[in-house]
Design a protein around this ligand. Structure first.
Ligand code: GLN
Length: 422
């Protein structure tokens, strides 16, 4: 078993039969499991035991899966390396001594190490695709609204989706079949997944597929990553796909826009952790304000505090128009650019991450370096679109992921194309 993959290792048995009978699944620890601790990688929720299951957990159990543990993650999903977890970092089974990516690093590592057949993660700005790329496995970030977020502890709720990890595209698609679809408890869900058959789409047929390569998503990427990316595109070409360059001019603003929106939503979502209703409560004496402040000081880690402060600032009177509204305008522009690029190609392709996995500890002191590593993943969340990360090969022995992005609810198309590679 790989090191520190799970925060809680408790088995939750599913139904006796169903499409996932006999399959083991790791579940990211921000997805609620009735009666089993759900910590979000935070001291704040170290002892929190949800009274109900997330919709996706209910669906896993009904499908006959066995949940084998709650997987390590960056605290409240805030990170790209799984090193902001209160429970310590997770080693990368595919590249020992390196981070597994984040924030769903434990989920990807569980699959890469063979500790689980499948895993669930959540992706607000890349948290499924980044760890999939870094650990050499497959990860799918569904279209916003395809999968219910009921029971997912919110970080940036206008951006995030729960999605699957697996060794193969077909297995990831089979898990998506189980979790996708309308849910009356999440008003943002769509019925697009109810009729779809994602696993059957994994035919590997890319004959005639047109691939758009946004040049901006190659700018600034590591040379070895770019080389590996083009090798994977050449493989798709050999199988009958064609590629051409496209442009997404707005993506140069995507990281800034994403972090303003994500931190603003986080500052509001995390206000509920006040030591009264949920989780950690300080023993410090004092009036309500003092106890509230002390509880949050003790319960949250540095990265979470940084984001609450910046998000609160961006939303405050006098700054709202300058930051939050501007970020929303940039989001609209990014969406429009993707629509245009996807009118010129069936799918868009880029390296999932512009860099190979960092060494453990390497990026911890430099949050900006970490934020910039999200350059290729966050635009997709701003645009609400589906994307898949599939192993493309290695550079210097480190895994590299290929990201394919499709139109809204175009998961079957992505699965068909990606299954030519894994
Ligand atoms: N790395 C990004 C962040 O820190 C994405 C995280 C995520 O998708 N949960 O916000």
């Amino acid at each position: 078993m790989a090191e520190n993959v799970f925060i809680t290792e408790e088995t939750i048995e599913g139904a006796a039969d169903g499409p996932l009978a006999g399959r083991t699944v790791a579940v990211k620890d921000n997805i609620s499991t009735a009666g089993v601790r759900t910590t979000c990688g935070s001291k704040m929720l170290e002892e929190y035991v949800p009274p109900y299951d997330a919709t996706v957990v209910e669906r896993l159990k009904d499908a006959g899966a066995t949940i084998v543990g709650k997987a390590n993650m960056d605290e409240f999903g805030m990170g790209t390396t799984t090193e902001t977890s209160y429970f310590g970092s997770t080693d990368n089974p595919a590249a020992p001594g390196h981070v597994p990516g984040g924030s769903s690093g434990g989920s990807a590592a569980a699959v890469a190490a063979g500790d689980a057949d499948l895993a669930l993660g959540s992706d607000t700005g890349g948290s499924i695709r980044c760890p999939a790329a870094f650990c050499g496995v497959v990860g799918i970030k569904p279209t916003y609204g395809l999968v219910s977020r009921y029971g997912l502890v919110a970080y940036g709720n206008s951006l995030e989706q729960i999605g699957p990890f697996a060794e193969t595209v077909e297995d990831a698609a089979a898990l998506l079949d189980v979790i996708a679809g309308d849910d009356e408890r999440d008003a943002t869900t769509h019925d697009a997944g109810d009729e779809a058959n994602y696993a059957d789409a994994a035919t590997g047929d890319v004959d005639g597929l047109s691939i758009g390569v946004p040049t901006e998503l190659l700018d600034g990427a590591d040379d070895g990553v770019v080389e590996t990316f083009w090798d994977a595109i050449a493989e798709l070409e050999d199988r009958g796909a064609e590629y051409h360059e496209v442009s997404l001019p707005s993506v140069e603003h995507a990281v800034e826009a994403y972090y303003v929106i994500a931190m603003s939503e986080a500052s509001s979502n995390l206000a509920r952790f006040d030591g009264v209703r949920y989780g950690h409560s300080s023993d410090a004496e004092g009036n309500w304000n003092e106890t509230f402040a002390q509880t949050r000081k003790e319960g949250f880690g540095d990265e979470v505090k940084r984001r609450i402060l910046l998000g609160t600032y961006a939303l405050s009177a006098g700054y709202h128009d300058k930051y939050y509204k501007k970020a929303q305008d940039a989001r609209a522009w990014v969406k429009q650019d993707f629509d245009e690029a996807l009118s010129e190609a069936d799918v868009l392709a880029s390296p999932t991450m512009p860099v190979p996995p960092f060494e453990l500890g390497e990026s911890l002191d430099d949050p900006l370096q970490m934020y910039l590593a999200d350059a290729n993943t966050v635009p997709v969340n701003l645009a609400d679109l589906p994307a898949i990360s599939v192993p493309a090969g290695e550079t210097d022995g480190l895994p590299v992921g290929l990201q394919l992005v499709g139109p809204a609810f175009g998961e079957e198309r992505l699965i068909r194309a990606a299954s030519a590679l894994a």
